[in-house]
Design a protein around this ligand. Sequence first.
Ligand code: 5AD
Length: 377
Amino acid sequence: MIQEKISYMTNGLKHSIEEPGRDELLYWLQENDEIKLRQLWQTADRVRRELVGDSVYLRGIVEISNYCRRACTYCGLNVTNNKIVRYQMSAAEILHCAGQIKDEGYGTIVLQAGEHDCIGAGWMAELISAIKRRTGLAVTLSLGEREPQELAAWKEAGADRYLLKIETCDRRLYNKIHPPRQKGYWLNRLQMLEYLKALGYECGSGIMLGLPGQSYFDLINALHIFRELELDMIGMGPYIPHMDTPLGKESVQKSSDQQVPAGDLITYKMIALCRIMCPDANIPSTTALATIKGNGGRLLGLARGANVVMPNFTPMKYRLCYDIYPGRVAADRDDRTVRRAIVHSIMESGRMIGCGPGWSPGFLKKQARNVSLEYKG
Ligand code: 5AD
């Protein structure tokens, strides 16, 4: 039955993409036979080619600060970790990185930081407009949960996109790994995503895969939530335990049939299913995947549904301090050489490098819809 449906999906793609049912999603998430999985990879790759094309879009990420007020139990930047040296880049340093990103031919800069007041609303707004003025790059923000007026001010200043991962769709697990700042927290992120959409941001979210206590149903729910939210970007990577975090210190986990493994295979499966469920979203082959599986893993992510890569432009002197999880790739090598090697390998795999900002086709369609509604009055 699954085969028939997949082949229907493949053949009839231009006209309709049939949404896989929950049973089918569960089947693929638990299937480990490489021959059978080939069908999933091929379908995802074909959907990717038809809906978003062969271009791989590069986003240059700059980790502008590692201060964080949150106590997320999986993340090395959490406020209780006093082993890391905290830093905040100056506006001049960030502008320098933006220039490099532009010079290397990328269309987008991603500014990421822990959630903290040291990223002031006014300072950030000025920085965004300076980057836009000097480089014209698309600006993506990934700065955690922020106030509505800050998000509006940054949009006004020229920001184009916002990434806010929900990390898990299981409310109990979410609450366990995200000690709250205030009440009503899980909904905060979904509400914030809706608010970002209303402000006109291109919106991204995602989850980690293999969190202790995470079940396959969480992944299935996440796929449905991503689809309902009509996300423009969806990022997923394996959970990597960090020994200086409460979750990383938890000793041997109770393992059950329902526990999602934290590895590369589940990541490829989720990338592929996400491509089928949300065909016109931008889907990165994430750094966490490359951390556990190297550049080969990154290329497999691209071959199984992904179309975006986010090379790192954080200056070397700060890079090791942005210690979200251990072993982040290329922390100790010349970054320009590493980035060139990534680009080279993508081109060798038969893909091209995308030019310009690389909006998601879904976002462009939504914008066209809004313009035509306005026009019709
Ligand atoms: N393992 C894997 N990914 C992690 N992130 C944070 N901590 C970890 C970890 N231990 C991811 C989250 C976050 C992104 C910046 O890094 O998905 O949103």
